[in-house]
Design a protein around this ligand. Structure first.
Ligand SMILES: Nc1ncnc2c1ncn2[C@@H]1O[C@H](COP(=O)(O)OP(=O)(O)OP(=O)(O)O)[C@@H](O)[C@H]1O
Length: 530
């Protein structure tokens, strides 16, 4: 058996590309081509070692489509005359579209056209590549798409129509598209009406808010179908069988940025097409015995909670609303007094101040995922015990009580609020900013935007936790300057915990108060709920 057979050679031909003869080779994992003449010259001059320099290799998993090139290709006339020189006629052509990795995590779709000496060869190539694409089990064939036309700069529909739909169509993905008409349209549709059996995944076009709707809709429906009581904070959530993809078209797009490393609709569409997936934790928030909500990115109480609440009333301003609400809340300088109890994550595989950045294939998340079944059993047994022991209790006055399920990176804060938080390890990073002066708090906030360690302040502490509980003092919310001020927002006793990805699929996150997490499935370009 020669080397090529060992590599699973499927097809090899001498074809023509632009002005050159190329040897094109398809095996089970790659499509490659190299210029024959140049390579041979190099063979003579410098030896075989330079072959790689003139050959291109594309993983089959990153081929978007292969199609017969019907129209006269721009290069055809020059190619034709060049071909004549070679006493060959290359009248038939096929185009392979594939992923090109550009800079800063961005992906682009690029084409290569191969001219063939006859129709049989052309069709043989198209069939061989199509066959390989058809056995890629992760690729979605049918998607349900929700577009929020009011997210971010209100470009969602345009972004989808112009940048995403043509790629889905090229990849032969069928879609049902719903443009939402009001808040919670997507959530309610998913919870009650959508026929989910038809689809391989759900895609949202918008920001973290519409993603949150999708998470709530899918996770709630899955729990209903499996008779899981969401009000039971100890119940193990069942993962959804569908993955969620995000096309960023919001104001922050934190979940997309934190998982893919960029907010670029084309990159996200390509991740979806090639079937990339990334598990995420979903956390749930309970108040007493009632389920409040899920979250997958940031649960903010105090400063960030106030910024988000205030920014909602300024939605008409677009993304600028966050800056305005941020300045206003900063000037108010409120603090919140209460007691926080948390259950620390037990192992020492990672901590919130290590330099790890969780990415696809992260060993910490993988290890967690492989021990998931065992952990689920243990966690069940432990839940009663947990209530009695292992909890750490802290009291005091806090400006911000944040919980990050993921790094929460976004263009404004490229490393995020918790740079080494993991996407799917079943833990949350609890970040406490204690009472401090305005100038100190500003120094802390500025560190969100630069490379300095944002936890390296005496008034900031961070804990990697599995669950936490917050019990506010009833009369406490006051300006640091004016302690007599009545709290604008009376906090209540809440707890949160993360649910580790339950299925064999991607991420999930859970929310505030008592938080826990369960997994949901996502395409890699996912983002989460805030
Ligand atoms: N048709 C609609 N009209 C008004 N609001 C909608 C509509 N569809 C969805 N929404 C709501 O709009 C809110 C914001 O949407 P989205 O998150 O997509 O944009 P954003 O807030 O600008 O971005 P980000 O959350 O990333 O900052 C969501 O909470 C969603 O429930």
């Amino acid at each position: 058996m020669d080397k090529q057979q060992k590599l699973g050679l499927l097809l090899s031909s001498r074809l023509f590309k632009k002005r050159t003869d190329v040897e094109v080779v398809l095996n089970r994992t790659t499509l490659s081509w190299r210029e024959i003449q140049r390579s041979q010259k190099q063979d003579l001059d410098i030896g075989n070692s330079l072959d790689a320099a003139v050959s291109q290799v594309v993983p089959v998993s990153e081929i978007v489509s292969v199609q017969k090139t019907e129209e006269q290709h721009s290069e055809t006339s020059s190619a034709h005359s060049r071909a004549l020189e070679h006493n060959q006629l290359f009248l038939y052509a096929f185009t392979v579209s594939y992923v090109l990795r550009a800079s800063k995590h961005q992906w682009r779709c690029t084409d290569v056209v191969f001219l063939c000496p006859d129709l049989t060869v052309c069709e043989q190539w198209i069939r061989a590549i199509s066959d390989q694409l058809s056995i890629l089990a992760n690729r979605p064939k049918s998607l349900l798409v929700y577009i929020n036309p009011f997210g971010g700069k209100r470009q969602g529909k345009w972004i989808y129509d112009q940048k995403v739909a043509p790629l889905f169509s090229k990849a032969c993905i069928s879609t049902d598209v719903i443009v939402t008409e009001q808040p919670n349209h997507a959530r309610n549709h998913l919870e009650t009406k959508a026929n989910l059996d038809k689809y391989d995944g759900v895609v949202c076009v918008g920001g973290d808010g519409i993603f949150s709707e999708i998470v709530h809709g899918l996770v709630t429906r899955t729990q209903d179908e499996n008779k899981v009581d969401l009000n039971d904070s100890e119940a193990q959530l069942m993962p959804s069988a569908l993955r969620i993809g995000i096309i960023p078209a919001g104001s922050t797009d934190c979940i997309c940025f934190s998982t893919v490393g960029t907010n670029d609709p084309v990159t996200s569409a390509l991740h979806i097409i090639v079937g990339d997936s990334q598990p995420m934790d979903v956390c749930s928030v309970h108040h007493n015995s009632s389920f409040l909500r899920f979250f997958v990115s940031l649960l903010g109480y105090g400063f960030y909670g106030d910024v988000l609440t205030d920014s909602e009333s300024k939605r008409w301003l677009g993304p600028t609303r966050y800056d305005l609400a941020g300045v206003k809340t900063f000037l108010n300088h409120n603090y919140y007094e209460g007691t926080i109890s948390f259950l620390p994550a037990e192992d020492n595989m990672s901590n919130p101040r290590d330099k790890l950045q969780c990415r696809s294939g992260c060993c910490v998340c993988q290890q967690r995922s492989s021990s998931k079944a065992r952990d689920m059993m243990e966690e069940k047994k432990k839940s009663v015990k947990d209530r009695r022991e292992g909890w750490t209790v802290l009291s005091g006055k806090f400006i911000a009580i944040n919980t990050a399920c993921i790094s929460c990176a976004c263009p404004r804060s490229p490393k995020g609020l918790s740079p080494s938080a993991h996407l799917a390890d079943g833990t949350m990073d609890l970040i406490l900013v204690r009472e401090c002066s305005r100038i100190d708090f500003l120094r802390h906030l500025l560190r969100h935007t630069n490379k300095d360690d944002q936890f390296d302040h005496q008034f900031v502490e961070v804990h990697r936790v599995k669950k936490f509980h917050f019990q506010p003092c009833r009369t406490e919310v006051s300006s640091l300057e004016d302690l007599s001020e009545i709290p604008r927002r009376a906090p209540s006793d809440q707890h949160a915990q993360p649910h580790r990805g339950v299925t064999a699929t991607p991420p999930t996150a859970a929310g505030p108060a008592t938080a826990r997490s369960c997994p949901i499935m996502q395409f890699k370009s996912v983002s989460s709920a805030s």
